[in-house]
Design a protein around this ligand. Structure first.
Ligand code: NA7
Length: 537
C-alpha cells in the first residue's frame, strides 16, 4: 500500500528561496508545473537574507551578478555600485519575488527536515519543522552552498556573557559597537569585511587570526546613469559571455602562462590587473596561476609585497603576510582599508596559530598567551560548504539510504546535479559542479536550473516517472572531477574548498575545476544525447 495517497501532492518541491530557488520557481511555472517552495527565513534572499553583517557585499560585479531571464527586469533594475552591498542584493531579490509574483508559492519560516523517496510511487515525501508533509515527484535543492554555518567548539563556548554573533545569523536590528571591546574570530572573506567596516565604530577591536589571507584591494566606483547605460548596452553580450568563460565572469584568463611572458611583461600585467580592483587578478592574469607552483610563488610574493607595504608595524605586517600556501588556492577576498585597520591604536591582532584559543570565558577569549576581555564576540568562522545544507536534512533515497551516509566515504554525484540512489532529486550550487565555489551564484544557478527543468520536462514527455544517474556514469564523472582537481594547486592547501575546515570531512575538492563554459558544454551534450548516463523508471 502506498504511504502517499493521503498526502497533499505537488509536482516539484523547491528547497530555499535565494537566487536559485526564486529562479527555479519562475522557470517551473513556465513549464506549467505545480511547485511548492520552503524557505527557513522569513523572507527571500538566501545567503543575502542571512548574512546581513556589517560590510557584507559581493566580490562579483553587479553587472554580472544578476538574473538574465527577463529583459524587463534587466531594463528596470538600476545597480548603484560596481560591487553590491548585501542590503541592495536583498532588495533586488525582493523586487524579483514581487515582480514575478513568486511569493505565493513559497512557505516561509519553514525548514525542510526530511525527504524520503518512496520507491513504489517514485515520489519524495517531504517533511518540515512545522509539521507539513507533502508528496512531490521531483525535489530541487536550492538550499545553497554556504548555508550550514560553523561555530568552533571552543571549551566554554556558551559561557560568554556579552553579546555574541555569528556573521551568518546577524540580527536585523543594527548592533551598537560604540565604546565597546569587540573581538572577531576568523579572517576569511567575511571576517575581512566585518573588520574593515566596524574598525572605526568600536572602542577596541581584537582580531583573532589563524591564517593570513591573500587579498586584492577592491575598486568600487558608484554607478551613475551614464555608467549604467554603458553596461546595459553590453547586457546581451555579457549574458552570453558569462556562461562560457572559465569562471562565469566577463573575462577569460590570459591564455599565456606566467613564464611565457618576459619579466617586464608579467610585472606590467600584474600591476595593471591589480589596479582593476577585482578578482581578475586572481583568475584572469595568467593561464597557469593555479597550475604552476613556481609561477604561483612569484605571484604570491607580488601580493605579499603589496600587503606589507600598507602596514606600519613590521611585526604586525609579518603576521598579516600570508605564507605556507599559494596565492589563490583559497578564496581570495577583495578588501577596502582592511590593513589600515591594523595601523590604528584601537586594533590588536592576535596570531592564534602561535597562541591558540584555549577557552571562551564569560568575559572574553583566552589564548595560550592570556585573556582578552570583550563586550562583543563575533564569529566569522565560515560554513560546512557545499554538502552541509544537503546532509543536515534526513534525506533517504532508494533502500532508505541516507545521503549523509552515502557520502561518508566521499562525495559522489553526476555532474553535481544528481546522485545515484536518489532519483528525481536535483541539486544546484552543489558539490562537483563549478557552481560550488568557482563561479558566481547567479550565472551558474541559472544554467543548472535550466538544465534541471529541461530534464524534468524530458521525463514527463517520455511518460516516465523517475530519472537517476547510473552508478557507472557517476563514477566516470567523479573520476574526471578528481583528475581535473589534481591538475591544479588547490588540493595542496587546507581550505573550505577542500573540506578541510570541517573535522572528519573527507578531503576532496568541492567544486569542478574544469571551467564554467566547459561544464555547460558537457551538460548540454548530456541533454543532446537524450540524457546519456541517466536512467529512467
Ligand atoms: P571562511 O573563508 O571559511 O573563513 C573562516 C575563518 O574562520 C578563517 O579565517 C578560519 O581560519 C577561521 N576559523 C575557522 N575555524 C576556526 C577555529 N576553530 N579557530 C580559529 N579560527 C577559525 O569563511 P567566510 O565566512 O569568511 O567565507 C566563506 C565564503 O563566503 C567566502 O569564501 C566567500 O565565497 C563567501 P583558517 O583560515 O581556517 O585558519
Amino acid at each position: 500500500m502506498s504511504v502517499t495517497h493521503a498526502l497533499p501532492e505537488t509536482d516539484v518541491v523547491v528547497v530555499g528561496a535565494g537566487f536559485t530557488g526564486l529562479y527555479a520557481l519562475y522557470k517551473l511555472r513556465e513549464f506549467k508545473l505545480r511547485v511548492q517552495a520552503f524557505e527557513a527565513g522569513s523572507g527571500v534572499g538566501g545567503v543575502w537574507y542571512w548574512n546581513r553583517y556589517p560590510g557584507a557585499r559581493t566580490d562579483s560585479p553587479s553587472h554580472i551578478y544578476q538574473y538574465w531571464f527577463s529583459q524587463e527586469l534587466l531594463a528596470d533594475w538600476n545597480w548603484n555600485e560596481r560591487f553590491t552591498p548585501q542590503e541592495e542584493t536583498e532588495r533586488y531579490l525582493n523586487h524579483v519575488a514581487d515582480r514575478f509574483d513568486l511569493r505565493k508559492d513559497i512557505c516561509f519560516n519553514t525548514r525542510v527536515t526530511a525527504a524520503n523517496y518512496d520507491e513504489k510511487t517514485h515520489r519524495w515525501i517531504v517533511e518540515t519543522d512545522t509539521g507539513t508533509r507533502l508528496s512531490a515527484r521531483f525535489l530541487i535543492m536550492g538550499s545553497g552552498g554556504l548555508t550550514e554555518l560553523v561555530t568552533p567548539d571552543f571549551p566554554g563556548k556558551d559561557s560568554f556573557a556579552g553579546e555574541c554573533y555569528h556573521t551568518a545569523r546577524w540580527p536585523r536590528e543594527p548592533v551598537d559597537f560604540k565604546g565597546k571591546r569587540v573581538g572577531v574570530i576568523g579572517t576569511g572573506a567575511t571576517g575581512i569585511q566585518v573588520i574593515q567596516t566596524i574598525q572605526d565604530k568600536v572602542g577596541h577591536l581584537t582580531v583573532f587570526q589563524r591564517t593570513a589571507h591573500y587579498t586584492i584591494p577592491m575598486r568600487n566606483p558608484k554607478l551613475d546613469d551614464a555608467a549604467r547605460a554603458e553596461l546595459r548596452a553590453r547586457y546581451p553580450e555579457l549574458r552570453e559571455m558569462v556562461q562560457n568563460t572559465t569562471t562565469g565572469f566577463d573575462f577569460n584568463p590570459d591564455p599565456r602562462g606566467y613564464f611565457e611572458m618576459s619579466p617586464e611583461e608579467r610585472r606590467a600585467q600584474m600591476e595593471r590587473l591589480w589596479a582593476d580592483g577585482s578578482l581578475v587578478f586572481w583568475v584572469g592574469a595568467f593561464a597557469d596561476t593555479l597550475m604552476n607552483a613556481e609561477a604561483n610563488e612569484e605571484i604570491s610574493e607580488f601580493v605579499r609585497e603589496k600587503i606589507r607595504a600598507r602596514i606600519k608595524d613590521p611585526a604586525v605586517a609579518e603576521k598579516l603576510t600570508p605564507r605556507g600556501y599559494g596565492f589563490g588556492t583559497r578564496r581570495v577576498p577583495l578588501e577596502t582599508g582592511y590593513y589600515e585597520a591594523f595601523n590604528r591604536d584601537n586594533c590588536t591582532l592576535v596570531d592564534i596559530s602561535a597562541t591558540p584559543i584555549t577557552e571562551i570565558t564569560p568575559t572574553g577569549v583566552k589564548t595560550s598567551d592570556g585573556e582578552y576581555p570583550l563586550d562583543v564576540l563575533i564569529y566569522a568562522t565560515g560554513f560546512d560548504a557545499g554538502t552541509g545544507a544537503l546532509t543536515r536534512i534526513d534525506m533517504r533515497g532508494r533502500n532508505g539510504v541516507l545521503l549523509r551516509d552515502s557520502w561518508k566515504e566521499g562525495i559522489h554525484t553526476f555532474m553535481g546535479l544528481q546522485v545515484h540512489g536518489f532519483p528525481n532529486m536535483f541539486m544546484v550550487m552543489s558539490p562537483q559542479s563549478p557552481a560550488a565555489a568557482f563561479c558566481n551564484v547567479p550565472t551558474c544557478s541559472q544554467q543548472q536550473i535550466d538544465w534541471i527543468v529541461d530534464c524534468i520536462d524530458f521525463v514527463r514527455s517520455q511518460g516516465r516517472e523517475a530519472i537517476e544517474p547510473s552508478a557507472a556514469a557517476e563514477a566516470q564523472w567523479v573520476a574526471h572531477h578528481d583528475e581535473v582537481a589534481n591538475t591544479t594547486l588547490i588540493p595542496k592547501t587546507d581550505s573550505w574548498y577542500m573540506g578541510a575546515n570541517i573535522k572528519g570531512k573527507r578531503r576532496s575538492l568541492l567544486a569542478y575545476a574544469g571551467g564554467v563554459g566547459v561544464y555547460k558544454q558537457l551538460c548540454d551534450e548530456v541533454k543532446a544525447k537524450g540524457y546519456e548516463g541517466l536512467e529512467l523508471a
